[in-house]
Design a protein around this ligand. Sequence first.
Ligand code: DX5
Ligand code: ZN
Length: 340
Amino acid sequence: MARISRPTTNRLDQVSTARARVAASVLDADLGNLANAVKRAEREGTDRIHLDVMDGHFVPNLTFGAKTIKALRRRTRIPFDAHLMIANPGKYIDEYLDAGCDSVTIHVEIDEPIEPTLREIRAAGRAAGLCVKPKTPLSALEPYQRLIDIVMVMTVEPGFGGQSFMTDVARAKLLAARKYLAHKLHGGEVHVDGGVNRDTAELVGGQGVDILVVGSALWLKGRDMAREIRLIRALADEGYQYQLNGGVPPIPRDRMVTFGTLRRMQARQLREEVEAAGIPVLLFRSVEDPADMDDETRRWDLLIPASAEGAAMERFAGRRGELEQAAGPLGEPSAGQPPA
Ligand code: DX5
Ligand code: ZN
């Protein structure tokens, strides 16, 4: 992908955080003391908690349900990703939403309508995910593409922690999964679940994964969990920059970049249009103009998340040009209304 040159006038351009994130699965923690496990993972620096719900039908194992998640929700504010390995999520979805899950991912292999459940998750303002088992092709996601925020790829057969990572599945699906999030200009996520640890993190990072679900590797006796989380994140970022980004450090997810510089009226217009497409925009008085310059005459910078820059360029570069024209050359008084 070509790199986009841009002015670096704003200090927010320099803010950076790591790209790949870890969701700690508590499946292999002490299930007799789940609240402690969740609080420990949070203290040790996990980005999310991944909650594996199993019903003994869809998978040959049984764990916990919405009531347990609701009880855990009271103990921490860290985001909860629910992974429902159950045959009838439609029947119980209200309970999982009520329990306070921030995202709910269901399986595409179930024998009941999928669409209503995805819609319900989204209507509740949560992220909706679809998960594929190792043998399920990604193309199974096609009918639901526009309804999903998360694609979760299983790299073990679901049901148990501690199994070995399926490298061939990872190579075949992880990078390709991104295609199913093309409708999301910002905030779509690929999750990888199963067998992720320090030996496999670099490979999955190199496939552009956003969220690494890590279970058993965090709960080994005597393991320094905080170090393991940092190590896995760093290895994933290393894989990303080595394989996907030509040695350029991974795009930090919440770093902001300047997308355009316009007069106030046009800047507000463009902000409205870009935000309507799902990309958050910040407006700042441009540092290019004197601090005491009048707000209507001066220039304003539009800042957007770096991760959405490519999509914004594709969709809005033309519109930005039009609005620039409408304002007349910068540095001169504004020429009135933005074009419709
Ligand atoms: C397996 C679960 C996974 C599991 C991952 O069915 O969906 O989330 O906890 O555990 P590890 O990392 O041990 O493979
Ligand atoms: Zn899981």
